[in-house]
Design a protein around this ligand. Structure first.
Ligand code: COA
Length: 75
């Protein structure tokens, strides 16, 4: 939490326990905790290729910000 803003850095579930709703439950609980502690907004980051976290975040009410791309040049 930073002021009234809650940010999720990383969410991870062991492969053997995925797709059982655990991350959804954990993140919903952490958002409820943030709200109970004065949080009014929340954000999270991640790649658009990660369909599981996209679905999960959408389910919890997160809306995507305008798309942006990070470019890297290696020589
Ligand atoms: C992302 C992650 C945390 C999700 O954990 P989880 O406990 O499996 O998540 P949930 O079960 O709550 O929800 C995942 C949803 O995505 C769906 N999903 C999973 N893989 C998917 C795919 N390739 N395409 C579309 N949907 C997918 C699941 O079916 C589930 O939806 P459902 O409940 O309607 O069936 C887990 O996959 C993980 O640890 N990944 C590696 C770390 C990571 O990438 N973290 C996110 C960035 S911080």
């Amino acid at each position: 939490m930073r002021g009234q803003h809650a940010e999720t850095e990383q969410t991870a579930v062991s492969r053997s326990h995925r797709n059982k709703g655990l991350a959804t439950l954990l993140k919903a609980r952490s958002l409820a905790w943030a709200r109970e502690n004065g949080g009014t907004e929340a954000s999270a980051g991640g790649t658009v290729l990660n369909l599981a976290i996209l679905k999960l975040n959408h389910r919890l009410g997160y809306l995507p910000e305008p798309m942006w791309v990070t470019w890297r040049l290696e020589r």
